[in-house]
Design a protein around this ligand. Structure first.
Ligand SMILES: [Zn+2]
Length: 193
């Protein structure tokens, strides 16, 4: 966001904490599908693109931030402001994965996983590549009663393709320190470190 002027220049949080108000009299904000360049419907995640209306000398025209977020609301906020509100930045376009022709972000997998009753918050996504063909395996900790089939079925409904799902007992998947490294890559059967 630095190129657009930095934090606070394009918008702000208000006391309702219900999204970031974009200064629409200063900027046009668009949320686009980063692959097709088409506008996505409100509520759907995409790349934030800014155009400045009043900046001089260094205007920005449809600047692609590479950041992912979504439009939360265009309704008048409790605080009285009428500008549209966007969510906090949820990831980078670079994090996007393409498996079997379907593009998605790890966060979508996480959201889908957390909707399954009994599934816990530790998981790994492993992108398995064999002879150039990528597939996704999702290892997740869950309480007994949750099966790999349940995970596969739910992810298929949410993502549009079927990752393989393996269930692990609570506390058995590797933890990483600091920022969770949850997407691993395996090529031609070589297991990730
Ligand atoms: Zn507000």
């Amino acid at each position: 966001m630095t190129e657009t002027g930095g934090v606070g220049t394009t918008g702000m949080d208000c006391h309702c904490h219900c999204g970031i108000h974009v200064w629409e009299d200063q900027y046009i904000v668009e949320i686009l599908d980063p692959v097709t360049g088409q506008t996505v419907p409100d509520g759907q995640s995409g790349e934030v693109v800014f155009t400045s209306l009043n900046r001089q000398a260094v205007p920005i025209l449809r600047f692609r931030t590479g950041d992912l977020t979504r439009i939360l609301s265009r309704q008048k906020c409790e605080c009285g402001r009428t500008s549209l509100r966007i969510d906090r930045i949820t990831g980078r376009v670079d994090d996007m994965l393409i498996i079997k022709g379907v593009n998605f972000w790890p966060r979508q997998v996480e959201q889908a996983l957390m909707e399954i009753p009994g599934v816990l918050s530790h998981y790994q996504m492993i992108v398995e590549e064999v002879d150039g063909v990528k597939d996704l395996r999702v290892n997740v900790e869950a309480q007994s009663g949750v099966t790999g089939f349940m995970v596969e079925k739910h992810l298929k409904e949410k993502l549009g393709f079927s990752p393989k799902g393996d269930i692990f007992p609570p506390g058995t998947l590797a933890r990483s320190e600091g920022k969770a490294v949850r997407v691993l890559h395996a090529k031609n059967g070589v297991k990730p470190a």
